[in-house]
Design a protein around this ligand. Sequence first.
Ligand code: 6PG
Length: 235
Amino acid sequence: MATHHYHFDHEITSEVPSRFAELVSAQPPGALVLLSGGHTIVELTGALHRAVADRHLLFGQVDERVVDPSSPDANRTSLVRGLGALDALYILDLLRPDERRTLSSTSEDELLPLATELAHRYDQRLHAHAPIALVHLGLGVDGHTASLFPGSAGLEVHDAWVCANTDPSGHNAHPRVTVTFSAIAASARRIVVATGAAKADVVYRALTGEGLPIHRLPREGTLFLLDQEAAARLS
Ligand code: 6PG
């Protein structure tokens, strides 16, 4: 059998949520764990909540869409639903009441200064709770991770842990606040979770190709956690 050398370590399991929960709950009390948004996190929070309920971890966000905090599009919405009362730093909680009021009446182009201000506030918050112990990341079909999209300005931010960003292709909606690759690399560990057949091509490109945003992750301390469908093109 041929031996494949992949860019990143990976693990294939039919139990992604419980394996992810096990890896997170191995962190020591007080550890800061950053969680991504999107759809995949919704599959993970049930098992995660059960596993970490008495672990006294502090959760934070990898990225957020600059929308009203009550919007179903906000990553905060699914995280609050999944994590309940567990300690967490939510990016949209850093909005002042007057900023929140103007949010819904402001066009997306005009939201960038507010995204930049939120990024600055969240950067300070993360540094106040440093170090980052573990970062959970998703993988978009375009090879993005966090809200660091192909060709976007956020890829080139090296002097901050958090920045505002947008997707120049327009495929990923809403201005974003996202951790940078500097913050992701400063974390001791990273777990990229990808599930489902729709991710099979990008998982293969992530592990064998080059030039995608995901390739900017450090190899050391990074694990891809995959189900069989997402790993279908690996042998
Ligand atoms: C976001 C994210 C993003 C996500 C990937 C994968 O706010 O969109 O945090 O990085 O993790 O796009 O998204 P899915 O889990 O929806 O496939």
